[in-house]
Design a protein around this ligand. Structure first.
Ligand code: NAD
Length: 486
């Protein structure tokens, strides 16, 4: 390894870009601070138009040979890449925790294995992309999945490694070359990912990483004329800006955005399991796009269920995310802390009442108490907008039509969770809730073959399984007249 390095959690991490198979530094830097204790982890190269131009050119150059390998030819590289992630699992988990404050145990057991699976799974699935034929009276339609070209991949700080590999896996498996723009508040595991891909022998230029600020490096990337796909995960507001760039160049864009998901508890539910799962919405300090932050409880069980949730929530220990007993770590950044605190202050001023929490936690500057608001009328900001912190609202309902209307009463449609033992009732409510994913008697279970994405302001398009390949390929029909060949 060469260039500018930092030691984070005992791991050597490059703080430069990775372009065309080598490390490239920028004069401009941005500071990378750990949310755990506010310590400066490193200064990272801040890319702009010049670095993006270089990276897109490197990807374009690498694309034809990578595409020509076909899914079978790419498989060994991608398997080795996934093995490399597994081999460095402990380092990746430790660096992610220092960088974004997510729980170390969650990173070890869930995030890093999933990152490896993201690469492996789509590499295997791509073998089914050889195409198929549709017979019609006059012609045979040969369906082909051509790689799209250069894919721009932009991800947020709450789960950088998991969300980036979720894009890198299918994009590379489909035969594209990629340029990744990692989140500036947690840029380091994407840098390690580039080292791992390089060590796995991925040809130079197939995977590039340009570090930098969203409004500079990100903006240059989405406005680059030689980009064929834009895959974005982040906030709805940023998607609106990126969408304008995509519209100008008619570049297909996928967007996985924020949520304000309902968590519905029916009187006939397993209330202990439901209460545990409500409390789990505080994990990672609520910085989880899929969190069911609007709890809706059937009125007849309210008092008893509230006590169960109170008990379960009391076990959500706030603390250092490296500690095995911690369930709620820090918020990512001072700016984000102030945003979360602002939502809470305005909710209090508007008449919502915190049953617990509502203040900075007695642990450190960026730690916020798990909070539950009651007296939440549906039009209040706290019931409508994504907080992205450990803040839940509590509402009650008396019949199913009422809870469906309540669940659908936001601009979002990312996910929902529902607890009921009555299958007919559960499926009827689930059918009527607008959401990309609806969990019944479970939460956060994700099969990579299943579709994933959001309705309304929560996203554009679906990824996962075949839907990822629909996005990362140009689907072509070669229509051949029957009997026309000599
Ligand atoms: P964000 O939109 O501020 O930033 C996301 C990424 O976009 C970052 O890499 C940033 O640098 C980049 N960016 C910012 N401005 C840009 C611009 N003008 N052009 C190009 N790129 C730009 O979001 P965030 O605060 O990092 O992440 C939190 C949000 O992400 C929440 O809304 C959360 O719900 C959402 N999220 C969604 C999912 C999902 O799968 N649906 C998953 C995780 C997070």
């Amino acid at each position: 390894m060469s260039g500018n390095m930092a030691k984070v959690a005992g791991v050597d991490v490059s703080t430069d870009h990775f372009i065309g198979g080598r490390r490239v530094a920028s004069k401009n830097k941005f500071s990378n601070i750990s949310p755990i204790d506010g310590s400066l982890l490193c200064e990272v190269s801040a890319g702009g138009k010049a670095e993006v131009d270089q990276a897109v050119a490197a990807a374009r150059k690498a694309f034809p040979a990578w595409a020509a390998l076909g899914p079978k030819g790419r498989l060994p590289y991608l398997k080795k890449f996934a093995e490399g992630i597994k081999a460095r699992a402990a380092e990746l988990a430790a660096v992610e925790t220092m960088d974004n404050g997510s729980l170390l145990l969650g990173n070890v057991h869930r995030v890093v294995p999933r990152a490896a699976q993201n690469i492996e799974f789509f590499a295997d699935w791509a073998l089914t992309l050889e195409g198929h034929s549709i017979d019609s009276p006059e012609v045979v339609n040969h369906v082909r999945y051509d790689p799209a070209g250069v894919a721009a991949l932009i991800t947020p700080w709450n789960a950088p490694l998991m969300l980036t590999t979720w894009k890198v896996g299918p994009a590379l498996a489909a035969g594209n070359a990629v340029v990744v723009k990692p989140p500036e508040w947690a840029p380091l595991t994407c840098s390690l990912m580039a080292d791992i891909a390089h060590a796995a022998g991925l040809p130079d230029g197939v995977l590039n990483v340009v570090q930098g600020i969203g409004e500079e490096a990100g903006d240059a990337l989405v406005n680059h004329p030689d980009v064929d796909r834009i895959s974005f995960t982040g906030s709805t507001d940023t998607a609106k800006i990126i969408g304008q760039a995509a519209a100008r160049s008619i570049t297909p864009m996928s967007a996985e955005l924020g949520g304000k998901s309902p968590f519905i508890v029916c009187a006939d539910a397993d209330l202990d399991a439901a209460a545990q799962t409500v409390a789990a919405q505080y994990m990672n300090a609520g910085q989880v796009c899929l969190a069911g932050t609007r709890v809706m409880v059937e009125k007849s069980i309210e008092p008893g269920f509230l006590e169960k949730v109170r008990t379960a929530a009391s076990h959500m220990v706030v603390g250092d995310p490296r500690d095995k007993d911690t369930r709620v770590g820090p918020l990512i950044h001072k700016e984000h802390f102030e945003r979360v605190a602002g939502f809470v202050d305005r909710a209090k001023a508007a008449g919502a009442v915190p049953l617990w929490g509502g203040n900075r936690a007695n642990f450190g500057e960026l730690y916020f108490e798990p909070t539950l608001f009651t007296h939440v009328s549906p039009e209040l900001e706290i019931a409508q907008r994504e907080v992205f912190g450990p803040v839940l609202t509590w509402q009650t309902f008396t019949d199913d039509d009422e809870v469906v209307a309540m669940a659908n009463n936001t601009d979002y449609g990312l996910a929902g969770t529902l607890f009921s033992r009555n299958e007919k009732r559960a499926m009827s409510i689930a059918d009527k809730v607008t959401a990309g994913t609806l969990w019944v008697n479970c939460f956060f279970v994700r099969d990579l073959a299943a579709p994933f994405g959001g309705a309304r302001n929560s996203g554009i398009g679906r990824e996962g399984g075949t839907w990822s390949f629909d996005f990362y390929t140009d689907i072509k029909n070669i229509s051949v007249r029957k009997g026309s060949f000599a």
